[in-house]
Write a protein that binds this ligand. Sequence first.
Ligand SMILES: C[S@@+](CC[C@H](N)C(=O)[O-])C[C@H]1O[C@@H](n2cnc3c(N)ncnc32)[C@H](O)[C@@H]1O
Length: 337
Amino acid sequence: MSLDISPHYPVMLNEVIKSIKPNNKNTIVDCTFGCGGYSKKILEIFPNYQIIAIDRDPSVKKFADTLNTSFKNRLKFINDKFSNLGNIIRNYQDDISYFIFDFGISSFQLDNYDRGFSFNSEIKLDMRMGHNTISAYELVNEAPLEDLNSIIKIFGEDSDHKKIAKEIVQIRKNKTIHTTKELRNTILKAKGNRYFKKDPCTKTFQALRMIVNQELSEIFNALKKTIELSKTNTGITTVTFHSLEDRIVKKIFNISKDLEKNPSRYLPKITPNAEQSYIQKMSNKAIKPTDNEIATNPRSRSAKLRSIIKMGNDKININRKDLKMERLFELEEKYAG
Ligand SMILES: C[S@@+](CC[C@H](N)C(=O)[O-])C[C@H]1O[C@@H](n2cnc3c(N)ncnc32)[C@H](O)[C@@H]1O
């Protein structure tokens, strides 16, 4: 069946579908439903599966409704943040076969000028995906200089972080920075008249968006809950686009594996063989999109797919401090409201 529900291009769709190894359970949780690209394919090729589709953005419900009409209500849409997974899946835990995460923002959100994500609109700065406490307007106009500097440095990895933060604070002395275009002009002024291969505003916009949506804390809390609560033979597949997202996923997957190996730091190290392992990585290295996909959809070029299967029911306890990324989480928490 071919059903065009949106112009969105689902990144690494073939690889995500390949990572799903059907078992005797019948529910897949699409934790980042978006325009439903993954969900649609799963409904098409796994007729026995139902989907729990989560998205914090209420505006994507229309895509879920379209899929339900075509696939006989096999999809349940939940408008919530995936950090609330514990509550969302409480009644389905035994049936869940896979969790799928496709982090970040969708082109549907980016291309919608009213949402205040894109560089050049005269719309008020916003960047909220849904279920937020602050918007980019508040962050840009109220955060102190040192926080703006750290946010652009750590989350944006922009080497001009000091200049940009200073320019924002300078402009703010006379007027508020209202629109995305005004923020763009502020960043361009700070950067001076230089040539940039990529748009010089990308990194700052991305950093602000990550704080507004608490993106890294969301990933940590969701993966922690998913790994802790999943039952035997449950898979988790993630697609990341940003180096910090990927670092969190990689560390959590590794820590979970190590915790299982060394249940207590006070016990001698044991190294189980593959059959004894509770977390099985589907591949050691992240899988990347093919050259073909990158040519068709350049946005996919930074994507990385990682996938694990939890092989036992044992409760694993993941401690955030073990990721050694506390500064990032603390900065996000400061703006969590
Ligand atoms: C890259 S898009 C997913 C695209 C989807 N795989 C598809 O094929 O259409 C990411 C989606 O995740 C949602 N999202 C981001 N962070 C979220 C969170 N913390 N909780 C729930 N949804 C989130 C966004 O609103 C967006 O719709």
